[in-house]
Design a protein around this ligand. Structure first.
Ligand SMILES: [Zn+2]
Length: 359
């Protein structure tokens, strides 16, 4: 993001105390252990200080509890100072400051559902968020990400992470909180995003944003599931991966030009595809969308999905013609690419091969 944007984000936050943003909400409860998939292990709830514990003021209006689980987690930074006070007292003080600043903006309560201090203390943000998360079936509507407050849990991380990363203890608390929320709500570990993925903001900072792929991996490991983490592909990006996604969208009947530039037409085609696939139509190609977008292609197949695979092979230096016809030459290139990546060399472009091609 450019400097002016960053500065605007900082100013917005400082108006509130340092943060901008809005925070979100979540609520849930964990399913009984017996209902968990066998390949997962129960994630222990992190120690989360409730609004009562940090002496929050009462909300200005009743909190809205939606009768649906959130489907994603959105990571924020508060854009406030990178303090060196790692005490619990600082975490509570921060929580009170954010609540007051959000009241000052006319909001009914803290915007986000949870906050993590630089010292790694986790506190409840908006009232009832903890109760909702413990239940696992309901979501507290927050105010942290325009357009996505009904479907996302917002986590504010104290600090400004444009040029530095969060302290180890704070990151570790973030992994623990996300893993627990994923477990409670059945949110896939792949569905962790940064505020900038959906709104025009520098939040959660360049450095913290760049750590999100690792965060997804760390959360998946904590939850005990094996997942493919795909690159978040979205508006403003250009290149081979965008062109490949566009070809795959065309293969699903969307009408757009595969020009390698992710503009409004691509975002709209992505949203339309997501709606048709039963996904949240956000116009951003995250892991859940990639998994639905790819199509297994093999020798004898033809069309834009084949072209997408050929385009990615060609971009990696394989001598294939990007003609949309999966013949012997394409099959040979696929086998060779698979061998180079330690994948089964079967010449078929299935999910793991697609993942390697797009990553
Ligand atoms: Zn934010």
């Amino acid at each position: 993001m450019n400097d002016s944007l960053t500065r605007r984000d900082l100013l917005r936050w400082s108006a509130l105390l340092g943060g901008s943003a809005l925070l979100a909400s979540c609520g849930l409860q964990a399913p009984p252990i017996a209902d968990l998939p066998l390949n997962t292990h129960a994630v222990t709830a992190p120690n989360i200080s409730s609004t009562t514990t940090w002496k929050a003021q009462p909300p200005k209006e009743p909190i809205t509890l939606l009768d649906a689980r959130p489907t994603r987690i959105i990571v924020h930074h508060t854009a406030s100072a990178n303090v060196t006070d790692y005490s619990q007292a600082q975490a509570f003080s921060l929580a009170r400051s954010i609540q007051q600043s959000h009241f000052d903006r006319g909001w009914i309560d803290s915007g986000q559902q949870f906050t993590i201090s630089r010292g790694g203390y986790v506190v409840e943000g908006r009232h009832r968020s903890l109760e909702a998360a413990q239940g696992g079936t309901r979501h507290v509507r927050g105010a942290h990400c325009d357009g996505f407050n009904d479907v996302s849990v917002g986590i504010e991380n104290e600090g400004t992470y444009m040029t530095v990363s969060p302290p180890a203890g704070q990151y570790s608390a973030l992994v623990s909180l996300c893993a627990w929320l994923c477990q409670q709500y059945g949110i896939p570990a792949t569905e962790l995003y940064g505020h900038r993925d959906f709104n025009n903001t520098a939040c959660p900072g360049d450095l913290l944003y760049s750590q999100l792929p690792q965060l997804r991996k760390d959360v998946a490991a904590r939850v005990g599931v094996s997942v493919r983490i795909w690159p978040t592909t979205r508006s403003g990006q250009t290149g081979d991966r965008v062109r490949s996604a566009q070809r795959l969208l065309i293969s699903h009947g969307q009408s757009l030009t595969a020009d390698g530039s992710y503009g409004p037409a691509t975002a709209s085609a992505v949203s339309a595809f997501q709606s048709s696939a039963g996904l949240t139509p956000d116009g951003v190609i995250g892991s859940a969308t990639w998994e639905r977008l790819i199509r297994t292609v093999r020798r004898g197949d033809s069309g834009p999905a084949v072209q997408a695979a050929q385009g990615q092979l060609a971009a990696r230096g394989y001598a294939v013609t990007v003609d949309g016809l999966f013949g012997a030459g394409t099959e040979s290139a696929v086998r060779s690419f698979q061998s180079s990546r330690g994948l089964t060399s079967d010449g078929i472009v299935g999910p793991n091969t697609w993942h390697a091609l797009e990553s």
